[in-house]
Ligand binder design. Structure first.
Ligand code: FE2
Ligand code: FE2
Length: 233
């Protein structure tokens, strides 16, 4: 299977697979002397990795999502703020990897990937990111892996951490889309209130763009609506 790259380079799948392994391996080797620890809670190590593999803009976004996740975890309880900080920090770890690498990692994912996701390049980085964290960084915490995997589309049965990262991604400090203040206010009211508004916003955007809608997003929306109706009764 071949892919045409950005500069019309033709990539072969085996080259890409060994390429990504080398890419990460070289980083480990280079950082061995600097006590680069692959401990899942070693935030500083992840920060260093992200700083070297993301643009300045994306890096700032990641740090801000980390801070927003931590704040939401403290506000609503039930989730370790440290864990939220980490999940928020790494949620876009694969965002700037070449499309081909994202595709390969997505196809290697041990989590279910639906047809609509395979057709939507914009959501690949979440699935690919979780797979990279599992395989290359040996993250075994499924809550963190799911928070990264579903941060673009949501799903029914999201854990509080998954909701926190989803919302933090939409309300992080640098976000300035027209409705962001309303989004922040809804998220501050409650995780389900925030998710309802966020999913409504995402669904509307997807429909306007004529983009495919993964069934997970529709199921997440229906579930959150049911939760809110239950609360109101
Ligand atoms: Fe993302
Ligand atoms: Fe993001």
């Amino acid at each position: 299977m071949l892919f045409a790259g950005k500069s019309s380079t033709i990539y072969n799948i085996s080259q890409i697979v060994s390429g990504i392994a080398l890419h990460v391996l070289n980083y480990y080797k280079a950082n061995r002397g600097k006590e680069f620890l692959l401990d899942m809670m070693d935030l500083e190590a992840y920060r260093r990795y992200l700083k070297e593999h993301l643009s300045a803009k994306r890096y700032t976004h990641s740090v801000n999502v980390s801070a927003a996740s931590c704040a939401l975890a403290k506000q609503f309880g039930g989730v370790s703020p440290e864990k939220a900080k980490l999940a928020g920090l790494v949620h876009d770890i694969c965002k700037e990897e070449p499309k081909e690498i994202q595709y390969i990692l997505m196809m290697q994912s041990t989590m279910d990937v639906c047809e609509e996701e395979r057709k939507s390049f914009k959501v690949w980085h979440g699935i690919a990111g979780a797979e990279m964290l599992r395989k290359q960084f040996h993250v075994t915490d499924m809550d963190i892996l799911r928070a990264v995997r579903y941060h673009t589309i949501g799903r029914a049965g999201m854990s509080p951490l998954e909701k926190i990262v989803y919302l933090a991604d939409m309300i992080s400090k640098e976000r300035d889309y027209p409705d962001v203040d309303v989004m922040r206010e809804k998220a501050n009211r409650g995780l389900d209130e925030g998710m309802h508004y966020a999913l409504e916003y995402s669904l509307e955007k997807l429909v306007k763009r004529c983009a495919y809608i993964p069934h997970h997003t529709v199921e997440a929306y229906n579930e959150v609506l049911t939760n809110l109706h239950r609360k109101a009764d």
